[in-house]
Design a protein around this ligand. Structure first.
Ligand SMILES: NC(=O)c1ccc[n+]([C@@H]2O[C@H](COP(=O)([O-])OP(=O)(O)OC[C@H]3O[C@@H](n4cnc5c(N)ncnc54)[C@H](OP(=O)(O)O)[C@@H]3O)[C@@H](O)[C@H]2O)c1
Length: 346
């Protein structure tokens, strides 16, 4: 522990989009002292000079980036590195950090074939990591190593979990995930002129979040449908809207479905099921979640068909906010500490 019972926290990959968002949230956390913020490109520079959204915070002129390898012992290290960068660091990091919370995908998949295809180089440490989704698993207090879910995967999971857990759906599910530009990190090579005013396919098949959704549904709902998962690039900087389409089992009613979502999200402060769906604006939408740690979920039923929808801010509920929520739970703090419930709108 650091002074005043604050935990010493490192953010590895702190100059990126998720790392910067994590710093923003943790600067407001009463139990955290940020002791190491890594960036190779910006080593020695203040966070105020690199992260414009943070530069007016009183601490921003004093906190500096340092090379990744220069960290001292810390209580908790958040890893916001590109996929593949963390596994080779684990032998040393496991000795110097009491707990590691990984935002990248490295240790999410347990099926060795899928893991090798999507996350080569992760095998040695995968068993040591717990895949943690705050709403569906108890805080793995004993686990030193947590891997958080993918942003599009978790939005899809929130949409489908109640249907699957209550065994209300029949057959295949088609999931479309539309995501904003910050999902690709701050080194995306896509020219703004090609994103602005556009809406296009990202990956029609083969996205690595597809096996993660199936695995998570098997784990948390006890069953996974055959999934068709496609992703799309939206012209917004933040936000994910997922829609999942499928058929209900015979004799399942709208009320059964409504009840399943109500039960699943009755006690989840950061995932809300919307039940009054009278107008399109009642459905989950980006403007209701951007800037917050909220996931909004709704399901519309007509006859034997359903459309389940989730909206999240990819950098908060899909990444840094989820990480703070997980941190709060495993450290024994109030789960909402330093997390915003309200969105930035218009
Ligand atoms: N963006 C999202 O919406 C989102 C959501 C959920 C999960 N994630 C996952 O979170 C991770 C970070 O995403 P991001 O969007 O924040 O990426 P990003 O904006 O590209 O930031 C990457 C960070 O890692 C550092 N870095 C890059 N290569 C490195 C290396 N080889 N060794 C050490 N540090 C290195 C960069 O520091 P320098 O200053 O040195 O370049 C930067 O701080 C990714 O694995 C991503 O899949 C992202």
């Amino acid at each position: 522990m650091a002074d005043n019972d604050r935990v010493r926290v490192a953010v590895l990959g702190a100059s990126g989009y998720t790392g910067g968002e994590l710093i923003r949230l943790l600067l407001g956390h009463p139990n955290v002292e940020l002791t190491h913020l890594s960036s190779e490109r910006h080593s020695g520079e203040t966070i105020a000079s690199v992260l414009p959204g943070i530069r007016n915070h009183p601490a921003a002129a004093k906190l500096r980036f340092a090379p990744l390898e220069s960290y001292d012992e810390v209580d908790v290290a958040f890893a916001c590195l590109p996929t593949g960068a963390l596994p080779p660091l684990m032998p040393k990091l496991s000795e110097r950090a009491g707990r590691v919370i990984n935002l990248a995908g490295d240790f999410r998949l347990t099926d060795s074939e899928e893991a090798t295809r999507h996350y080569p180089g992760s095998a040695e440490w995968t068993d040591a990591f717990s895949y943690f989704v705050p709403e569906f698993s108890p805080p793995p207090g004993d686990s030193r190593f947590l891997n958080l879910p993918g942003c599009m995967a978790v939005a899809s999971l929130y949409a489908l979990q109640p249907l699957m857990a209550a065994d209300l759906a029949d057959g295949d599910v088609v999931v479309e995930a539309k995501t904003g530009a910050s999902g690709g990190g701050n080194k995306s090579t896509e020219p703004p002129a090609e994103r602005i005013g556009n809406f296009r396919v990202h990956k029609p098949y083969g996205h690595r979040h597809a096996p993660e959704i199936s695995q998570a549904l098997r784990t948390f709902a006890g069953r996974a449908p055959r999934l068709r998962f496609s992703t799309f690039s939206l012209d917004v900087s933040r936000g994910i809207l997922v829609s999942a389409y499928g058929l209900l089992r015979p004799d399942v009613t709208r009320l059964d479905v409504k009840r399943a979502y109500g039960v699943a999200y009755a006690h989840t402060p950061f995932v809300k099921a919307r039940s009054q769906l009278k107008t399109p604006a009642d459905f989950p939408m980006l403007k209701s979640v951007i800037g917050s740690n909220m996931a909004e979920v709704a399901v519309a039923v007509r006859g034997d068909q359903y459309v389940a929808v989730t909206a999240i801010d990819n950098l908060i509920k899909g990444a840094a906010g989820q990480a703070v929520q997980a941190f709060n739970l495993v450290q024994g703090y109030e789960q909402s500490t330093a997390l915003p419930f309200t969105a930035v709108t218009p």
